[in-house]
Ligand binder design. Structure first.
Ligand SMILES: C[S@@+](CC[C@H](N)C(=O)[O-])C[C@H]1O[C@@H](n2cnc3c(N)ncnc32)[C@H](O)[C@@H]1O
Length: 298
């Protein structure tokens, strides 16, 4: 396979600068309830390691192989599996920067904290409309999510596939979540709105997770055919070209046992109306699509 069928994530950076690879994600923003619902207990599951959160949640029920192309991120995940609380990665620091301006939009910490304590979606939506979804908030979010602003932080390949008018799209995703899921027990409401990182310790089964430094497609090509019952691929296809997408799909299909299921997230919203899209059920609220499908349909 030619080296062009690989991915921008290999650089281990969100920006376009040349420099050492970084820990990009101190935590994952992918709700593992989706995976726990999709995968069979006792199955062998492929997942992307990232900060290790999904692997840790799956480990008590499944046999987990967690793969990451970024060795710095993989080492970070390994430390978290051993109980290290970890730290804020690049993604968290970008979000901290955005939250720094929140009071300018009327998002005072006490006001946001009251919102995060609510646990009834109708009440949440009333509070949201009255206290938080203000003209100043909408204007600020549109500015922060304008392509001009994002380009100063993210490499172009991470932006090309994003929906236009991203500020408006992200507001709609937040409202989709608040109108559906109680805030109080939603760890992603805490992390996104207050910047608090989850502090769940790893389960004892985390020691059984197999960590692998590899590209997902290359790793799956090297595994026995039919050897995985489930695949959770994060949003690794965001920002990749068609060749890599075809290569990964072929590798997954080959490595999939009959009836294996895939979970694939994207910030984009192509085919969002599909019945396979579970994005509204993902409490992390960020995703345009979270496709849960048989491996044969990837
Ligand atoms: C796709 S990123 C997105 C972050 C994720 N949504 C989260 O909430 O953690 C997650 C991880 O995938 C890894 N990654 C991206 N492409 C990969 C690939 N082709 N093979 C293996 N790991 C990959 C990155 O290095 C990063 O650590």
């Amino acid at each position: 396979m030619s080296s062009s069928a690989v991915t921008i994530w290999e650089r281990g950076r969100l920006d376009a600068r040349v420099g050492p690879r970084q820990v990009l994600f101190g935590r994952m923003y992918e709700d593992p309830r989706i995976e726990l619902d999709a995968f069979p207990a006792g199955g062998r599951i492929f997942c992307i390691a990232s900060a290790g959160c999904t692997a840790m949640r799956l480990a008590p029920r499944c046999d987990v192989v967690a793969v990451d192309i970024n060795p710095v991120q993989l080492e970070y995940a390994a430390r978290r599996l051993e109980g290290d609380p970890g730290f804020r990665g690049r993604a968290e620091r970008v979000m901290d920067f955005m939250r720094f301006f929140a009071p300018l939009a009327g998002w005072w910490p006490a006001r946001v904290r009251r919102f995060v304590q609510l646990d009834e979606p109708d009440q949440q939506m009333r509070y949201w409309r009255r206290e938080l979804d203000t003209w100043r908030f909408r204007t600020a979010l549109d500015a922060l999510f304008s392509f001009t602003a994002l380009r100063s932080v993210y490499a172009p390949r991470f932006l090309d596939f994003l929906p236009k008018r991203l500020g408006k799209v992200m507001r709609a995703r937040m409202e989709r979540c608040f109108s559906r899921h109680p805030n109080r027990d939603n760890p992603y409401a805490r992390s996104l709105l207050l910047g608090e990182l989850s502090s769940d310790p790893p389960p004892p089964e985390a020691s059984r997770i197999q960590l692998v430094h590899a590209d997902a497609a290359a790793y799956l090509e090297s595994e026995p055919a039919g050897s995985f019952d489930g695949f959770t691929l994060s949003n690794i296809l965001d920002g990749t070209d068609e060749r890599y997408q075809r290569r990964l799909a072929a590798a997954v299909k080959r490595a999939a046992a009959p009836h294996a299921v895939t979970v694939l997230r994207s910030f984009g919203d192509g085919h969002a109306a599909s019945a396979a899209n579970r994005a509204p059920d993902d409490r992390s609220m960020l995703w345009g699509t979270v496709f849960v499908r048989p491996a044969a349909e990837l």
